[in-house]
Design a protein around this ligand. Structure first.
Ligand code: GLC
Ligand code: CA
Length: 556
């Protein structure tokens, strides 16, 4: 397998709005990030994926961009950005930018021109269609509820928005659009950035003729995922590679809603004609509800193991995996798969981290995950900021007629806002995130769960992540080794081995509240324990306490 720095890296995702506020307006910002680089260096990460910091009216917290080459007022200035980039590089940390080019904001100058008349030269930068029998051009729904089409009175046509109304989709069939996007990307690369995380990049090529889609849960609209892996997506990405990506030393990861294993082999092919790796969604969809995302279920372990193992084995040698449980769109993993009670929060957070970080691929840590931050105890829909949660609540309790008492706990459990509550830095007011009023509520558990306390305590979740990261940095077996799942049907234990040449390791975790036993294969019994989350336990006796995890390397 070819070696590459981005295969050997660990990425840390920052959601700037919620990371660190330097000026007391309650909103995280670039200077806040710069002030925390020492912390990130201590954790040992190699790359920051920065969620969008571009100019935006914030309909979707920066994922609606009105100017790709200016910084959002609330986050600072381009000088602040340049300072942050330079300081990150001085800390040995690379910066990967979020590239949101499936759509822009409706306040982007291209869209303002496009909507001004049917004959405007930029009309064809977006996807406009005539009404059909006085209605929307097809049945597609938006990922954020309602129709994916918005009627524009002025010119009497509909425009397509797979996300919010304020996020019109760009028309990638137009070569001028592709040229504008590639030129913009080149200017960022020339500034010295180190890569792109490409937002919903699997959706850029819409199916020919824009046919109706199968109806989604809720029964009102067609599933916009009909646009996933569309007819020209690979061609566009190859063009992007030839025009921009190949000219710089970058890390590229495509967020690929609706990606299958077979499609991922194309996007992230080892020959490198498109992207380095993709984010797939199958494993984080396993706790979904009946036709809808919302549910109060736990992630089921047997299907989770089966799915992750399919990706481990399926891409080995032919493409490259991204390893993640958390990001700004996902609830907190310790509340979703682990146990966020006082008794088991730390231990289960470490166990989950162990099984993720010992796999083949590039691991992603989302801010606060390294502290075992939990979901927020929501009590009312008015507390949410996220438009997916808010719109979903009103559509499903309104037109669809679901019982609010049944739905609310499901949204509370799965809402993206669980990931977006402010980073918990210390036990002072507002968790040290801001001296002002935070834009979204701070989780009340910050007095117990915070970075300051964990950095000062050697057996914390923070130091456990630090160790996992440093193990990866010192081991080709962990980065490049092959994978084999053991005990696939065991409902409590997640156990696998990695092997490369004559080296081998065993990764074992008990992801349940019961004590269990594990018959450790003979060849590991005189091996070396690389990491364990109950340090005082001699793991080789075969007993596994609730949420116990460890990694043993076979003796040479
Ligand atoms: C991606 C982002 C998400 C955003 C959406 C629309 O899924 O991760 O936060 O809302 O795209 O840009
Ligand atoms: Ca601020």
């Amino acid at each position: 397998m070819d070696k590459a720095w981005w295969k050997e890296s660990v990425v840390y995702q920052i959601y700037p709005r919620s990371f660190a506020d330097s000026n007391g307006d309650g909103i995280g910002d670039l200077n806040g990030i710069t002030s925390k680089l020492d912390y990130l260096q201590k954790l040992g990460i190699d790359v920051i994926w920065l969620s969008p910091v571009y100019k935006s009216p914030n309909a979707d917290n920066g994922y609606d961009i009105s100017d790709y080459e200016a910084i959002m007022d609330e986050f600072g200035t381009m000088e602040d950005y340049d300072r942050m980039l330079k300081a990150a590089h001085e800390h040995g940390i690379r910066i990967v930018m979020d590239l949101v080019v499936n759509h822009t904001s409706d306040e982007h100058k291209w869209f303002i021109e496009s909507r001004s008349s049917r004959t405007n030269p930029k009309r064809d930068y977006y996807i406009w269609r005539d009404p059909v029998d006085g209605h929307e051009p097809n049945n597609w729904g938006s990922c954020f509820s309602g129709s994916a089409w918005k009627f524009d009175e002025k010119t009497g046509q509909y425009y397509l928005h797979l996300f919010a109304e304020k996020q019109p989709d760009l028309n990638w069939t137009n070569p001028k659009v592709r040229r504008e996007v590639f030129d913009m990307m080149t200017r960022w690369c020339e500034k010295g950035i180190d890569g792109f995380r490409m937002d919903v990049i699997s959706l850029i090529s819409k199916p020919d003729g824009l046919p109706d889609a199968p109806v989604m849960g809720g029964g009102l609209y067609g599933d916009p995922n009909i646009c996933a892996n569309g007819p020209h997506v690979h061609e566009y990405l190859q063009e992007m590679r030839n025009t921009v990506l190949s000219k710089f030393d970058l890390m590229t990861v495509g967020e690929c809603a609706g990606v299958t294993l077979e499609e991922a082999k194309k996007y992230a092919n080892a020959a490198g004609t498109e992207l380095n790796m993709v984010f797939q969604f199958e494993h984080v969809g396993l706790d979904g509800g009946d036709g809808i995302k919302w549910s109060t279920k736990k992630l089921p372990l047997v299907p989770l193991k089966e799915n992750l193992s399919k990706w481990q084995n399926g891409l080995d040698g032919v493409a490259w995996n991204s390893l993640y449980f958390c990001n700004h769109d996902q609830p907190r993993i310790v509340s979703r798969l682990g146990n966020d009670s006082d008794q088991y929060r730390e231990r289960s957070a470490k166990a989950i981290a162990t099984v993720l970080h010992m796999m083949q691929g590039t691991p992603y840590v989302y801010q606060g995950e390294e502290l075992g931050m939990t979901n927020y105890p929501w009590t009312s829909v008015d507390e949410f900021n996220d438009l997916e949660s808010v719109n979903g609540y009103y559509e499903l309790t309104g037109k669809v007629g679901m019982d609010p008492k049944e739905l609310f706990p499901m949204i509370a459990h799965k809402s993206r806002d669980n990931a977006r509550t402010p980073m918990q830095w210390d036990d002072s007011e507002n968790a040290g995130f801001t001296t002002g009023k935070p834009w979204l509520a701070v989780n009340p558990n910050y007095t117990k769960v915070n970075a300051k306390e964990q950095v000062s305590r050697p057996d914390s979740v923070f130091h456990y992540y630090r160790k996992l990261i440093s193990l990866r940095h010192s081991s080709e077996l962990i980065v490049y080794g092959h994978y084999e799942l053991l005990l696939p049907d065991d409902p409590d234990l997640f156990v696998y081995r990695r092997y490369l040449g004559d080296e081998e390791l065993l990764c074992a975790a008990n992801l349940s509240e019961h004590a269990r036993t594990l018959d450790i294969p003979e060849r590991f019994r005189d091996g070396r324990v690389l990491i364990q989350n109950i340090p005082e336990h001699d793991v080789k006796d075969g007993n596994m306490a609730p949420y116990e995890a460890y990694v043993i390397r076979k003796a040479r």
